[in-house]
Design a protein around this ligand. Sequence first.
Ligand code: FMN
Length: 332
Amino acid sequence: MSSASDESAPDTEFDFRAPLRLSRRLTLPCRVVWSPLQGVMTRTLLHAAAQLDLIPCWFTPFFSTGGVSVPKSAAVRRKLAPYRVRPDLPLVFQLIGHDAGSLAATAAVFAQEDCVNGINLNFACPSKTVTASGNGAALLDRPSVVGELTRAVVDAVPGDVSVSVKLRTGKDSAELLPQIVREVCAAGADWIVFHWRTAAEGYCPVNAAERFRRIRLAVETAGTVPVFGNGDVTDRAGAEELVRETGCAGVAVGRGVLSDPWLAKRILSGDRNAPTLEERTAFLRMLASGTDSTRRGRNWFLECVKMTFGPDSQEFREARAGGWDELRARWS
Ligand SMILES: Cc1cc2nc3c(=O)[nH]c(=O)nc-3n(C[C@H](O)[C@H](O)[C@H](O)COP(=O)(O)O)c2cc1C
């Protein structure tokens, strides 16, 4: 890449389509992944995405290892079933927990499955329910524990399985970030997905300079361990800016895939267009057709409409006002 002082040299364009080999069992096909969204990325949504070939690899929402016993093989098969619709896509299975024994044993059980290429540990979730039980971002205050949990999982799974972590910058501040990153790298994590906010910042805006500074710091501290930047990427320009400003190895896109289900494809192809109304509508129609009429199904679909068009949109207001039959009729 050219430096600011070297204006004659052209910028080398970052190649989002370059594969990334992380372990013998996991090669990411490109530098864009869908960041998991618990409760949103359901079987219906994932199948629609897979059918339209919108998703470069599977990165599951978290599976909680709170219990004392490891999941039985029937439960493991049930959890993995939605992803079998596209067995050609690499699968990274995410775990959350704070007990090294449970995390290690559960990781070992999932890693036995041929379709699982990587295990990811969630040290990022800021939800109060999750952090109140000492999980997710609650652990970021204790970098050495984050390191111990990572090591326990690295030691428990076969050497060809990738072990990665999902991090936020910290719990309440960015102070411990270098220590956290050093710990997970020393423990053997082979890539990091890094959301630049602290847990306390929730989903609040943070100025761009600070956002980039945090990702750069994670990238520099991680050294040869690739870091995928995450947070608020909603188009190709945003993805380009993130890699250019921080040197990260790729991007993880979360909520943006609801407002533009073609987002990963657009980043990969260099398409700078915003999604058309027809594209968003077509995707929501697929979701509606796969949604059952339970209260849970309707609430999930409403959440998808909200994330697609925004909480203040006419589409969401209308969707919320009507019953399920009306909603279904509108979107079928
Ligand atoms: C509803 C919801 C559910 C989420 N579930 C998960 C999850 O299961 N695992 C995880 O690592 N991150 C989860 N996240 C965080 C996202 O993956 C992502 O890191 C965050 O939304 C920031 O990226 P974005 O701005 O591209 O959405 C969730 C976020 C939301 C809004």
